[in-house]
Design a protein around this ligand. Sequence first.
Ligand SMILES: [Fe+2]
Ligand SMILES: [Fe+2]
Length: 348
Amino acid sequence: MAVKTAAGQASDDFDFRKAEARSLPKELNLRELGYVPFRLEYLFSEYPVPCALYVPVLVQGEELPNFVKVLDPGQLFSEDWRLRLLDEQITVLYAEEGDLEAIDEYFKEVVEAALEDSWLGMQDQAAMLRAYGAFLAEGIFEDPHHPDTFEAAAWWADATARFLFQKSPGAAVLYRLFSKNYQAYLHSVQVSLLVMAVCRAMAWRNQDVRDAGVAALYHDMGKAWVDPRILHKPGSLTREEFAHIRRHPLQAHEHLKKMGWMNANQLEGVLSHHESMDGTGYPHGLKGTDIHPYARVIHVVDCFDAITTDRPYRLRTSPYRALKLMQNEMRLSFDHHILYKFIQFLGS
Ligand SMILES: [Fe+2]
Ligand SMILES: [Fe+2]
């Protein structure tokens, strides 16, 4: 396929397979080289590509990859392009870090246009919101202190709330977009979308729907400080490893408080998302209504998403069985009213 090298020369004869494009060493951090992942699913047909997008190609014998330009800024993306990239098994492209602002503008324009387009179906609108949320969530884990992400997350939650209030999408519209493979950033955006939908179904005011949504997007940010070997360990964890993972709400809270981005409700939502109604949760063993409502909603949705996606230590459970489990064995953990509303929403 016709591609351009980072220097801009055409390289029609470049063969990705020969260059072992997919055998980049795991420890290689492309962000440290100044590139951020931009997934193929973030590109929409008939929208201009936001910035130059590259594929990292490691030539045998070389330590660092070459970034081969595959898409130019401003060119109209098409389904034809998507198929060509998929054909080469390329699902993640990379943008230069300096283009983050252009990417942000792109997502905002795409979402804004989608929400105003009366011809576009709810499913496509939800897909665009989910794509922007996923991009932001990935950035939260990679660079938790990036000052622009919070403003963008607030914009995203605002747009999502607008969509939820105007269209009242049923659970199927959102759930169809969800990945069953666990990835921290996908989990975050899925939890956030469902949290906002349930808060809306409980007739919370718009401001609370948005604020709870942002808290949900950040709820597991503390995992950025958890040792990845423990986070992805397939077997059972030792007592020390458990204790290490259980620090993530405190860590997120500590960092977010210092950054001064969140209001007190949102900070509580993040801090207490693993608290249980019966007092058996962590980090503080709070009980009942001592747990902030944002945290009680996030707790329900968080558990549901955890049970219904594959994790390193167990396979996923169907939504039906997950809800049964939550209603029976796990019922003391949840706020009954919220669980009831959540189940009602999922059935909508
Ligand atoms: Fe968590
Ligand atoms: Fe979580």
